[in-house]
Design a protein around this ligand. Structure first.
Ligand SMILES: *Cc1c(COP(=O)(O)O)cnc(C)c1O
Length: 519
């Protein structure tokens, strides 16, 4: 698994530790941290309080926490982190994910005691600063997206979509049209969360095909639009990195039929400070703080997916909204048409502080420059690599926005080396793999989003590596099929990872399955 015959020539070799799980470390009675003694005064208060907890809810058995020293546990987690790959380790061109560098000042500000040690149940008079941050962030996001009002509550992009869909429902319900408006239109290039959110909201999903150029097929859209249409969900630029130039006509078509337009702005990187969804005719938009606005992500959260709406939809926003009366900030729960809450309290506050810091340090000009550089970077990659990984001619014509989709179809036909092999070979060179096999409308797709964080050297190194992989595919395809060999884990059996018999989600599950000889 860790064989590495070319280690000396390789530019990259990931650390590998044969690290036990933390439960296997340590020894009975060993500790890394001592809690301070509880003094008698405190004990007097806490003691009786414990008795309020019903005995059935009190723990009877030991919870078997690992008993390790501080140095043991530090080494354990540092070793595991060395076997990981992140945006702080190297180039991370994962398409549709905006893995940009997250400036450390964002973390610094988010962890300031005055922000990290407040409690959501505190009286609003004691958290005016926190509310001001939220209020100003809402306004900035409204300005950036061209919307009237923003809620910061949703915890992620998909949660934002869910919120948007609930608002679309509430809008049609108030007009007495919900019964007949049962359909949400989604193009076939959409992110999977779009149809999922529409379906979760109780709508029928109508998928429309792209035209030969990778954009919305206007004829198909017009045919799919009717008095049953509740709305359309659209990403623009779409997942091919192409700007939907017919967006004006698209908006008109949907609005004329009485529907609403939802903009999936998870990745706003291409358009920040250049165009605004509101000006394109959209009624709702979500944007991901953990993509465009620089909160680290990839490990499953926490994130934030604020939703902006046009004036006519403001009354449906989740409660509470954060308001300012000219003197004080306050939380407004008195909103009878609100869809209610979509997340505990007011959202993931620390993520919002990071986004606030990011926008504040970048300034309007900085954000728009970031967008320009991200677009320049993806077009640079497209211009250098299109001859090796060509798309169908009809898809090649236009300049890209923040991301570029290439195809490994030609390479596969010529050498048998697949896009999966290319992705694995990149890992061997210390480069995170792009998104692969997405969007599904491109055969052997490689979806590359370099972001504005990439330097010219990063881009040239990536381009050179992609060229070398093509050479290798012709000379010795077998070595690519065995990649990666320089990473702490070799090629995983993807089938095993998802088969119910072998799917293993915890260490205890693994012990059990090993006992039964399933793995
Ligand atoms: C990431 C992404 C989403 C979903 O966002 P989550 O925060 O992962 O729920 C939706 N749409 C697009 C285009 C995305 O890239």
């Amino acid at each position: 698994m860790v064989s590495n015959m070319n280690a000396k020539e390789s530019k990259f070799r990931q650390a590998y530790w044969s690290e036990p799980v933390v439960f296997e470390l340590g020894e009975e009675g060993r500790t890394g941290f001592k809690l301070p003694q509880i003094d008698d005064e405190v004990r007097k208060v806490i003691g009786p309080a414990v008795n309020f907890i019903p005995s059935t809810m009190r723990r009877q058995t030991s919870i078997n926490l690992p008993q390790t020293s501080e140095v043991q546990v530090t080494r354990h987690f540092v070793r595991l982190s060395q076997m990981n790959y992140g945006v702080d380790s190297g180039f991370y061109p994962l398409g549709s994910c905006t893995m940009k560098y997250n400036p450390k000042i964002n973390d610094l500000v988010a962890s300031l005691g005055k922000l990290s040690e407040i409690h959501p149940y505190q009286d609003v008079s004691t958290v005016q600063g926190a509310l001001e941050i939220m209020y100003r962030l809402q306004n900035w996001l409204a300005e950036i997206t061209g919307m009237h009002q923003v809620t910061l509550q949703p915890a992620a992009g998909a949660n934002g979509e869910f919120t948007g869909i609930q608002i679309i429902r509430a809008y049609h319900r108030l007009k007495g049209e919900l019964e007949k408006r049962t359909e949400i239109i989604v193009p076939d290039s959409a992110h999977g969360s779009n149809p999922a959110s529409a379906a979760m909201g109780g709508f029928n999903v109508i998928t429309i095909p792209s035209n030969g150029k990778g954009c919305i097929n206007m004829d198909a859209l017009k045919e799919a639009t009717s008095e049953k249409t509740a709305g359309l969900m659209l990403t623009n630029p779409n997942t091919l990195g192409l700007f939907e130039e017919d967006v004006g006509e698209i908006a008109e078509t949907i609005h004329n039929a009485g529907g609403l337009l939802y903009y999936d702005g998870a990745n706003l990187n291409a358009i920040l400070g250049h165009v605004r969804p509101g000006d394109m005719g959209f009624d709702l938009v979500h944007t991901n703080m953990h993509k465009t606005f620089s909160t680290p992500h990839g490990g499953g959260g926490p994130g934030a997916g604020p939703v902006g709406v046009s004036e006519q939809l403001e009354e449906f926003l989740p409660v509470p909204t954060v308001e300012f009366d000219g003197e004080h900030y306050y939380l407004d729960y008195d909103r009878p048409q609100s869809i209610g809450k979509v997340k505990g309290f007011y959202g993931n506050f620390a993520v919002l502080v990071r986004a606030f810091t990011y926008i504040l340090t970048m300034g309007a000009e900085g954000l728009s420059t970031a967008a320009s550089i991200s677009v320049l970077n993806s077009n640079y990659i497209a211009s250098k690599l299109s001859k090796y990984y060509p798309l169908k001619p009809s898809l090649q014509q236009k300049p890209r926005k923040h991301e570029v989709v290439l195809s490994g179809e030609k390479l596969k036909q010529e050498t048998g080396v697949t896009t999966l092999d290319v992705a694995k070979a990149l890992l061997d060179n210390g480069i995170h793999a792009p998104t692969i096999y997405f969007p599904p409308i491109v055969e052997e797709a490689l979806m590359i989003e370099p972001t504005e964080s990439a330097t010219k050297e990063d881009l040239d190194n990536f381009i050179q590596t992609m060229e070398e992989i093509v050479e290798k595919a012709h000379d010795s395809p077998q070595t690519l099929r065995e990649a990666p060999t320089n990473t702490s884990r070799g090629r995983l059996d993807e089938r095993k990872a998802s088969h119910p018999k072998t799917l293993t989600l915890s260490w205890r599950m693994m012990l059990k399955k090993k006992e039964q000889n399933l793995i």
